[in-house]
Design a protein around this ligand. Sequence first.
Ligand code: AMP
Ligand code: FE
Ligand code: FE
Ligand code: ZN
Length: 279
Amino acid sequence: MIDLHCHSTCSDGSESPASLVRLAAGAGLSALALTDHDGLSGLREAEEAACSAGIELVPGCEVSCAFSPGSLHILCYFVEEGDGPLQSQLERLRADRASRNERLVARLNELGIEITLEEVAAEAGGDTLGRPHFAAALVRKGVSGSYQAAFDDLLGKGGPAYIPKAFVSAEETLAAAAGSRALTVLAHPLSLSLAPPALESFVISLREAGLTGMECLYGRYAPEERAGLVRIAERNGLVATGGSDYHGSFKPDLAVGVGRGDLEVPDSVLSALKERRTA
Ligand code: AMP
Ligand code: FE
Ligand code: FE
Ligand code: ZN
């Protein structure tokens, strides 16, 4: 079994890349993809840990693209730190995120909440800060009663401290990934909030733009949802991939490899991806 979707402290997970790899090895997985949001900075540590633990690391990331009203995330696989169009795109997204975090601090201060970027950074293990770390800091300071309350009352979409992020289009990410010789997979397709026929036409258009797979076996999906997505993927020549979307204590219902306990992503999924890579 494998897990092709996990977050570490280098984005909004609670486990370091090395500890994530050890969890995966402990769960008996043969391969793990590290897919931190908008960044590749955890890959080196994960690669070293995977080498010691004797499991395969698939280097990756997850890019948030513009889409309304739902959200569109693209998983990129077989991408390393270095030069290339995808790496440059990630660099731009990270710069935008840094300026957004500063505006978010300013907005909270305007609302009478005293909080500093240092306090938020203290909640993160890496250099990528996002709303989850703001939520954790607000809880620690006693401003919000819970992580969820911080989103409901302040940080969530439409809330008084909501600052939208800069987004790239899916087409831009697919093109940049192709230029960096990475493979792309549509993450958790149901978050697009499209009915099955519309979802199918949409993934066909993404496939024409370079998409290789669709994440059908997703940690939080029901068996019948996964089966429906696998049918769409198979009908359209997309690799049906899967992963837990593990975030450690930030999503405590999900475990590496097994999601809520019923996730099984076979090794053959990774073989199918690799075949597309050489094709
Ligand atoms: P960011 O990339 O900084 O906008 O943060 C996005 C992350 O915040 C998501 O991956 C979720 O983990 C979390 N998040 C966003 N909206 C909510 C919400 N309404 N309730 C709880 N968590 C949320
Ligand atoms: Fe995340
Ligand atoms: Fe996602
Ligand atoms: Zn994710």
